[in-house]
Design a binder for this molecule. Structure first.
Ligand code: KDG
Length: 325
């Protein structure tokens, strides 16, 4: 039984031992990452059972991914091994040319996961879930991944399972905001809960006031009960449909590797929701998880337990949220 199911690509992440331009880097650490898998492992660490729909290559890196997901507790019975395409990889460049920021270089075109199609999605795998999580990454991987994501969306809707949609825009995959918005419309439209980020809103709707960007989200996602905007080191805001806005100013920590912070945030937020905690609590714990994620390299490694989160919040305080309106 899995309470949360998602679809997405998991890759081998090559993260340099030192920051700076990759042209000078000779030593890398090998990690495993992928937004959806990060969220699922984050949920598992908080006691929520999960399942991933994906494909890996029939290669050593595919085996490494399966081993790490299994170790993280994720049900990988719906991850296929594709003998005709390799596992995707990506490199991370930390702290250059913008200090504190990360750039990624993908080697994922034609990867096993990019060959997913609607046959990877079936009712039996989805039926027992309480939430279906879709991010804006998988629909951007290929035409067939787009269709597979649409199938998961339709299945969730027909089974009455709420859909969580995290826009998670990857500019390198979508190229333009217009293409991304057009492609992502059905996912916005079918979502009960929307997660997004300031950068994603700027890319999708153009720069502007946060309030009016969120109003645009509600136009494309009329069924959303709330829209959560992740604002990095400045925290996050929850806009409840037609109601108030909750804000948390975030925790200031030393940034080692910002990748995966948004996923850790979503995992903690969803875990709180599934455990019946209120939105205030979800926002506090999600911010704490996001902050912890940037203090350690890799996406899966820093995902916190409840004990870690409680200690962090005790130590850093600031566990209150503000009601903006
Ligand atoms: O969310 C962090 C991820 O972006 C990263 O680790 C890899 O899933 C990934 C992607 O597609 O960029």
């Amino acid at each position: 039984m899995a309470r949360v199911i998602s679809i997405g690509e998991v890759m081998v992440q090559l993260n340099p031992v030192s920051s700076g331009p990759l042209r000078n880097v000779r030593m890398f650490e090998r990690h495993i990452a992928g937004s959806e898998a990060n969220i699922l492992v984050g949920l598992e660490r908080l006691g929520i059972r999960t399942r991933l729909i994906s494909r890996v290559g029939d290669d050593e890196l595919g085996l490494a991914i399966l081993a790490e997901l299994r170790a993280g507790g994720v049900d990988v019975s719906t991850v296929k091994t594709d003998a005709c395409a390799p596992t995707g990889i990506y490199f991370v460049q930390r702290g250059y040319p913008v200090p504190g920021k990360t750039i990624v270089f993908y080697y994922r075109k034609g990867s096993a996961a990019s060959r997913m199609d609607p046959s990877d999605v079936n009712e039996e795998a989805v039926r027992d879930s309480e939430l279906v999580l879709i991010t804006g990454i998988t629909p951007a991987l290929s035409e067939t991944c787009y269709e597979a994501s649409r199938s998961l969306l339709s299945l969730a809707r027909s089974l009455g399972i709420p859909v969580v949609f995290d826009t998670n825009v990857r500019v390198k995959l979508w190229q333009t905001g217009q293409k991304a918005l057009t492609g992502l419309r059905p996912f916005f439209a079918g979502a009960r809960y929307v997660f997004t980020g300031q950068g994603d809103l700027d890319f999708l709707f153009g720069p502007g006031e946060l309030e009016s960007q969120v109003a645009q989200v509600y136009k494309v996602a009329p069924e959303a009960e709330f829209v959560v905007v992740k604002q990095g080191k400045d925290g996050a805001s929850v806009y409840r449909a037609g109601e108030d806005v909750l804000r948390h100013s975030g925790y200031k920590v030393e940034v080692v590797d910002e990748l995966g912070a948004g996923d850790a945030f979503v995992a903690a937020f969803l875990a709180c929701l599934l455990l019946g905690r209120d939105l205030n609590t979800a926002l506090v714990y999600a911010n704490a998880a996001g902050a912890l994620a940037v203090t350690v390299k890799g996406d899966l490694e820093p995902l916190p337990t409840w004990g870690d989160l409680n200690l962090f919040i005790q130590r850093y305080g600031g566990s209150e949220t503000t009601l903006l309106r």
